[in-house]
Design a protein around this ligand. Structure first.
Ligand code: FES
Ligand SMILES: [Fe+2]
Length: 394
């Protein structure tokens, strides 16, 4: 199978568009959503190469160790008592056993379940019992450094932890700069976590991202979030090849604003605006003057994804009014659950022999097409899977 196979939609003629627009109406070969080999390639050429999100910094308290993963690689988030956040490969330096299988709190040391080597939360090897065949750890002082946990290049932005597994991506500050510029009027130090909710979705990770970029479904799947007349006023935003999305300049205008929700003082043109951004490969961000939301998506199988939804208020709502914070979280998670409920039907559809003949809707789907084009570019950089004769496919 060709790694990148676009379906040109001759049927799009019915939209009555100029030829170049018709030829832009492409969908991805449905096997991209069902083939486990594709997922393996995506792990290497998408998730490892760029800046991918792996969790929310404020869920990692001092003394806490949280296992997480990035497209199948076991990772570990820790925070030392002095408040520094660390990200490591979640494997022991001895024989590579997974070090921390479940989240734990109030830890001083992390002990491997296999031969009991222990590590500090900042990754130094602290003990290796009976290492030299006698009592004691026998690690010469100062020589333990090479045996510590392997750190991973990381950065925290709007409370989201990003990592670069391949260690050679451009500097994070450079990569995120276009979005920082766009969100300059919003004040990230004000963000307060209201809730972090884990979901498992029976759909390929790409469908989760495409759905987030799909303004068209909002009035139909989430009719509590506004009608079609609100949705049609969206505007596409392309900030960089890796960061794009859309805005609803009046998305908040017709919504009742609860008086308990603190809103940032914003210039009039941003007062009712909602912004939705995709950060290649796996981070989905929404922001308004009253709240911020981030979704970090992780493929677990070709037809299943995990995600964490972080919801933030612009002041400490949880302390000020815990009932309101709970209500706010329930409202926002209800919307997310509507997506979680609809996505398996898109995954099921990818098994149909007719799936390659789907069409993107010209008015609505430019951001989805942008996503598919970005994906295509990333996959073309990859040498491809080995064929039966051991050669790489083109
Ligand atoms: S694998 Fe961890 S102590 Fe041996
Ligand atoms: Fe949705």
């Amino acid at each position: 199978m060709s790694l990148v196979s676009w379906q040109v939609m001759g049927e799009a003629l019915e939209f009555g568009l100029p030829m170049q627009d018709i030829y832009s109406k492409r969908v991805l070969d449905p096997r991209y959503y069902t083939d486990t080999q594709v997922l393996e390639q995506e792990r290497d050429c998408l998730f490892a190469k760029g800046w991918a999100s792996v969790g929310l910094a404020s869920t990692v308290k001092p003394g806490c160790a949280r296992p997480t993963q990035l497209a199948g690689s076991p990772l570990l988030l820790t925070r030392t008592r002095d408040g520094s956040l660390h990200v490591f490969h979640n494997i022991c330096a001895h024989r590579g056993a997974q070090l921390v299988p479940v989240p734990c709190e109030n830890q001083r040391h992390l002990t491997c379940p296999y031969h009991a080597w222990s590590y500090s939360l900042s990754g130094e090897l602290k003990g290796a019992p009976y290492l030299a065949g006698k009592k004691g750890s026998s690690i010469p002082q100062g020589e333990d450094k090479g045996f510590g946990l392997q750190p991973i290049r990381h950065a925290v932005w709007f409370d989201t932890i990003f990592v670069n597994l391949a260690e050679n991506a451009p500097a994070f500050s450079e990569w995120i700069a276009p979005l920082d510029d766009q969100l300059n009027p919003f004040d990230s130090p004000r963000l307060h976590l209201i809730s972090a909710t884990d979901y498992t979705i029976k759909a390929n990770w790409k469908l989760v991202c495409e759905n987030f970029l799909d303004a068209y479904h909002v009035p139909f799947v989430h009719n509590q979030a506004g009608g079609p007349e609100t949705a049609i006023n969206f505007a596409d935003l392309e900030l960089s090849p890796d960061i794009f999305g859309f805005t609803l300049p009046q998305g908040d205008a017709d919504k009742k604003k609860p008086e308990w929700l603190f809103r940032l003082p914003l210039p009039p043109e941003l007062e009712h605006a909602q912004f939705f951004f995709y950060l290649f490969p796996n981070t989905l961000v929404a922001i308004t003057g009253g709240w911020f939301q981030v979704i970090s998506v992780q493929p677990t199988r070709v037809d299943q994804s995990d995600e964490v939804l972080g919801l933030y208020a612009m002041d400490n709502l949880s302390e000020r009014n815990s009932e309101a914070a709970q209500e706010f979280s329930t409202i926002m998670n209800r919307i997310n659950q509507q997506d979680v409920d609809i996505l398996p039907s898109l995954q099921a559809g990818r098994r149909s022999p007719a799936a390659g003949k789907n069409a993107l809707a010209p008015f609505w789907d430019k951001t989805i097409e942008r996503f598919l084009s970005r994906l295509e570019k990333a996959l073309l950089e990859f040498p491809g899977p080995s064929t039966a004769d051991g050669n790489k496919s083109p």
